[in-house]
Design a protein around this ligand. Structure first.
Ligand code: SAH
Length: 395
């Protein structure tokens, strides 16, 4: 058995059940990639069973804080069973669900989404890579499904020293899948889509957007960073007459257009624009255009806290432009999915953008990821998606 001994004082975060062991915390010990190691304090006290990752700054990720627990196939069956039991209790109006959300489900580095009868998974750590076959079999056994697509082609694999991997891991079939979200029909492709194929974390915010668009009577809606048009379908469902989806991905926009037809909305009510959002917002200001509702759901501008400053400027810029383009009384939904930007900082950035644009607004609601992307008490890093719904002042 491999033992990792921490430097004195470095046991604190593990004692609080935070699952990461950073390289600099380790006094001695090592192992092969993915090996289960016993992590102990400087005085030999047991702290956790963890997966070792020799290439990563996060040198080990805890599987369990229980010394009596063995890390074997049954362990994965228990953790997967627990995650599925949680989802079964949650109110989820969709047949597309995040089943495993990494650390928050006690399975660091593992992301599993269910899209109808297909699973799409990312194995992002040395530990999940080591146990991949066991995890795949347990996932199928627990869900009763037969198809699992692997999307381990995220850049974070490189930080773990792992090559990209993509393709059917279990079963096979078409990679295009139809799902239903709040009664809307949507499609995705587990092979060509972003991440595992679709952004499930915005599910509840899309429903609320539809309700607000209807309640406030928003006619002209601008959906920035639209991807496959989830918020655009929501706007149309809410009664918007002119919806514009802007994204820099042509395949995503083609799918957004298809979603409009699939849900029975007149094609004339929706337009797709393949362009850079920042440039588009500037052009619209020059043209004097205005919108009744705007969604800003950009990609991660700050992958880590180190990028926070530059990212803050980028967030502020697009929010300032959006405030200017909003008609009086208009609705702004603005998001950040950067782990390095906390909710409080994000609020400050948006406030600064409002001041620069010369507008004030009322925060209608704070927004977060849907509950199948759970936040746990012990792992604050899990809180990545934060947003604000803001009503611009009427005059
Ligand atoms: N709101 C979407 C998810 C957005 S993900 C949903 O509900 O599903 C972020 C999107 O931003 C991606 O589709 C990506 O293609 C797009 N994107 C990234 N940089 C961009 C840029 N500079 N201009 C326009 N779109 C961009």
């Amino acid at each position: 058995m491999n033992v990792i001994t921490l430097r004195e004082g470095k046991e604190r975060s593990l004692l609080r059940q935070h699952p990461w062991v950073f390289q600099g915390s380790i006094a001695r010990g090592n192992a092969e990639a993915g090996d289960t190691v016993r992590v102990q304090a400087h005085d030999g006290r047991f702290l956790a069973w963890a997966a070792y990752s020799p290439a990563s700054m996060i040198r080990a990720r805890a599987w369990s804080f229980d010394e009596a627990e063995r890390i074997d196939a049954d362990f994965f069956a228990r953790r997967i069973g627990r995650a599925l039991a949680l989802r079964a209790r949650l109110p989820l109006s969709s047949d597309a669900v995040r089943l495993i959300h990494g650390e928050a489900d006690g399975l660091p580095g593992l992301i599993v989404d269910r899209y109808g009868d297909t699973l799409s998974a990312q194995f992002l750590s040395a530990g999940t890579e080591r146990w991949k076959a066991v995890i795949a079999d347990q996932l199928l056994a627990a869900t009763g499904l037969a198809r699992l697509y692997e999307r381990s082609d995220s850049g974070v694999r490189a930080l773990e020293g792992l090559p990209a991997a993509r393709g059917w891991l279990r079963g096979q079939g078409p990679t295009e899948i139809a799902i239903r979200e709040h009664g809307w029909q949507l499609t995705l492709d587990v092979d060509e889509g972003h991440k595992t194929g679709y952004y499930l974390d915005q599910r509840d915010n899309r429903r609320r957007f539809a309700e607000w668009v209807r309640h406030f009577g928003c006619r002209r809606v601008l959906n920035c960073y639209s991807y496959t048009g989830g918020f655009s379908v929501a706007a149309l469902a809410g009664g918007a007459q002119e919806v514009l989806s802007v994204d820099s991905s042509a395949p995503a926009l083609a799918r957004a257009q298809a979603h409009v037809a699939l849900n029975g909305f007149e094609a004339a009510r929706h337009q797709a624009l393949d362009a850079d959002v920042n440039e588009t917002l500037r052009r619209f200001i020059r043209e004097g255009r205005t919108f009744d509702a705007i969604v800003l759901d950009p990609p991660k501008f700050a992958p880590s806290a180190a990028h926070a400053e530059r990212a803050a400027r980028a967030y502020k810029d697009i929010n300032r432009l959006a405030f200017k383009l909003l008609a009086p009384g208009g609705l702004l939904l603005t998001f950040s999915c950067s782990g390095g930007i906390g909710a409080e900082l994000f609020h400050k950035i948006v406030a600064g953008a409002g001041i620069d644009a010369g507008v004030d607004g009322m925060i209608l609601s704070r927004l977060e990821a849907a509950p199948d992307h759970p936040m746990t008490i012990c792992f604050p890093e899990g809180e990545y998606l934060k947003g604000l719904a803001i009503l611009k002042q009427s005059a």
